[in-house]
Design a protein around this ligand. Structure first.
Ligand SMILES: O=C(O)[C@H](O)[C@@H](O)[C@H](O)[C@H](O)COP(=O)(O)O
Length: 257
């Protein structure tokens, strides 16, 4: 797993705009080299603000949206269209404003699919397995960029400290009893997260500073799930100043305006 690099921005607004620019550049670079790209979305305030910032960026048109696979790191187990679904927020912020191939937008199904949360997780794992290529060496594709918001308890996706999902070796699981409502969710697990080429953890606000410190220290991922948020090729922690106040000294800060 790669050692995280940290980039600190002035505030949450600049952070979202900077992450948006970074996503656009990364997708253009990957598509220039391979003709396609994959992006894993997250819920949460920074994750959605980043998507809105992409929508507002003229350079968004440099991305070949028809050759982009969109996945989710987690989803609230709610009916399609529910305002609390991460998919709903993503569509409103960005997906409904760009020319995506709908067959390449891979949503985690809610109860209106007729599936239980467990069945929905299995269905998503099957979709991931179908998209995985031999060179990915596993049951999920090597995502080009995986965005992950982080909670004050250092959860990422819907992997909350100490819950069974953190011990699960399957790529996708149903989560019950989430301390962050709603209680039932679908989530990628740490092995699936760690299959990504690049993992970008995005966090803003003083309430995240303790979790950031733990996530960048040698913490165990069961109690500090964000400590397991590492990419195969690169890991970034993209923060605002308020979330970066307790970073361990000497860590690779790429920028701190
Ligand atoms: O479904 C969710 O709730 C998110 O995927 C979750 O992992 C979120 O990213 C973090 O809780 C951070 O959320 P905030 O940025 O709003 O604090």
């Amino acid at each position: 797993m790669t050692t995280p690099n940290v980039v600190v921005h002035r505030d949450a607004d600049v952070l979202a705009k900077a992450v948006a620019a970074r996503i656009i550049t990364r997708l253009v670079d990957v598509q220039s080299a391979t003709g396609s790209a994959s992006l894993v979305l997250t819920g949460g305030s920074v994750g959605i603000a980043t998507l809105a910032a992409i929508a507002d960026t003229p350079a968004r048109d440099a991305v070949d949206w028809r050759h982009l696979d969109i996945w989710w790191g987690d989803e609230r187990f709610l009916p399609t269209g529910d305002p609390e679904r991460n998919e709903t927020g993503a569509r409103k912020a960005l997906l409904d404003h760009v020319d995506l191939d709908p067959d390449r937008v891979h949503v985690m199904r809610g109860p209106d699919s007729g599936m239980t949360a467990e069945e929905s997780a299995e269905a998503y794992a099957a979709e991931l397995r179908a998209a995985s290529r031999p060179e990915d060496h596993g049951p999920v594709p090597a995502f080009d960029v995986m965005l992950l918001g982080m909670g004050p308890d250092a959860h990422v996706a819907s992997l909350f400290p100490g819950l069974p999902a953190l011990y699960d070796t399957r790529p996708v699981v149903a989560v019950h009893g989430s301390p962050k409502p709603p209680p039932t969710r679908i989530s990628l697990t740490l092995p699936a997260i760690q299959a990504a080429r690049e993992v970008w953890v995005v966090a803003a606000g003083e309430e995240k500073s303790g979790a950031v410190r733990l996530a960048l220290s040698d913490s165990g991922p069961v109690q500090v799930p964000a400590a397991g948020a590492r990419g195969r090729g690169r890991t970034l922690f993209l923060l605002d100043r308020a979330a970066a106040t307790k970073i361990p000294p000497g860590l690779g800060r790429l920028a701190s305006p």
